[in-house]
Design a protein around this ligand. Structure first.
Ligand SMILES: Nc1ncnc2c1ncn2[C@@H]1O[C@H](COP(=O)(O)OP(=O)(O)OP(=O)(O)O)[C@@H](O)[C@H]1O
Length: 310
């Protein structure tokens, strides 16, 4: 039997009084997959996590957490295999990191030695016996991740896990996540920090005002939006590059001592072949659309559609 998806929403509507937090949302996070849930403040990201945790019920549609309704009996059992890192994680400041984890280990029925192993895994072994009150923001986030990792979760829900982390700590955090994901865990992560995120996740789901406005790999999303691929050219003969740009409907501009070509994804290989065969070109750098560009374009389109609506 194939493993059920880590998380699945089918046509979910969720209201809080008159506020429609989610309006027909469908998404899936498979085992061993990392999906970024993106969107503006109030787009509905945390509500998705609350639904998957069984903390709120949908008004319509279906929610499945590790294959079960999170508010049903089987769902409560499945909850033991769900790790959650809330946006603002709080601990008892008077306890040490190790004491916090040992306490939570007892609540979860996890052996203490697993808690100690996880402290090492998240890079807190040295600080484990210091009071949490003296931890830096990054250390608190690591402890938050440690508690989410206890009990060998099959689904990890991480709400803004990299807030306050410096670039090195962020990279370490995502490396750790890679290891967990490669072990078959499904990971759903929200983030407002889009820079470099495309390298760290498989797919992205973009919410806007409670609706999915884009879903897919960064490459699929970039293609669907018609975003160009940027080619930086070192060296190169201006006249020849202009002819090449015209032939492929590309945009050519100077960039530093070289040039920048913006080409449609379909024309990329033809342009690259031509450039590679041009002896005046010293080097090439190819940049696919970033998640930041994709997100900006999706927001622009949604603004236009909403502006055009009666
Ligand atoms: N318990 C609640 N009572 C009333 N309204 C709520 C409640 N929880 C969420 N909402 C509303 O639902 C909408 C979606 O909120 P949600 O917290 O899911 O957004 P978000 O995308 O996580 O935002 P952020 O990026 O700011 O964390 C917002 O309009 C919010 O005000």
């Amino acid at each position: 039997m194939t493993e059920p998806a880590g998380a699945r929403l089918e046509g979910v509507v969720c209201r809080f009084g008159r506020v429609v937090a989610l309006d027909g949302v469908s998404l899936e996070v498979g085992a061993g997959e990392a999906v970024a849930l993106l969107g503006h403040n109030g787009a509905g990201k945390t509500t998705v996590m609350k639904l998957l945790l069984g903390l709120v019920a949908p008004d319509a549609g279906r929610v499945l957490t590790l294959g079960a309704d999170p508010r049903g009996e089987a769902g409560w059992r499945a909850r033991a295999r769900v790790g959650f890192l809330p946006e603002n994680v709080a601990f008892y400041d008077a306890l040490s990191g190790r004491e916090v984890l040992h306490y939570l280990a007892r609540l979860k029925g996890v052996p203490r030695r697993e808690a100690d192993r996880i402290l090492e895994q998240v890079g807190l072994a040295e600080a484990a016996d210091r009071r949490v009150g003296g931890y830096s923001k990054g250390m608190r986030q690591r402890l938050g991740l440690a508690q989410a990792l206890m009990g060998r979760p099959r689904l990890l829900l991480l709400d803004e896990p990299t807030v306050g982390l410096d670039p090195v700590a962020t990279a370490q955090f995502y490396r750790l996540l890679d290891a967990v994901r490669e072990g078959g865990c499904a990971v759903l992560v929200t983030s407002h920090v889009l820079a470099g995120l495309e390298r760290r996740i498989g797919r992205a789901v973009v919410l806007r005002r409670g609706r999915v406005v884009g879903a897919g790999t960064p490459r699929e999303l970039g293609r669907a939006l018609g975003l160009p691929v940027r080619i930086q050219v070192e060296g190169g003969d201006g006249a020849r590059l202009e002819t090449l740009a015209r032939a492929h409907d590309a945009r050519l501009a100077r960039e530093g001592a070289g040039w920048r070509l913006e080409v449609a994804a379909q024309a990329k290989m033809a342009v690259l072949r031509a450039l590679a065969g041009d002896a005046s070109v010293r080097d090439l750098h190819v940049h696919e659309p970033t998640l930041e560009e994709i997100y900006a374009q999706l927001s622009r389109r949604a603004d236009e559609t909403e502006g055009a609506a009666p």
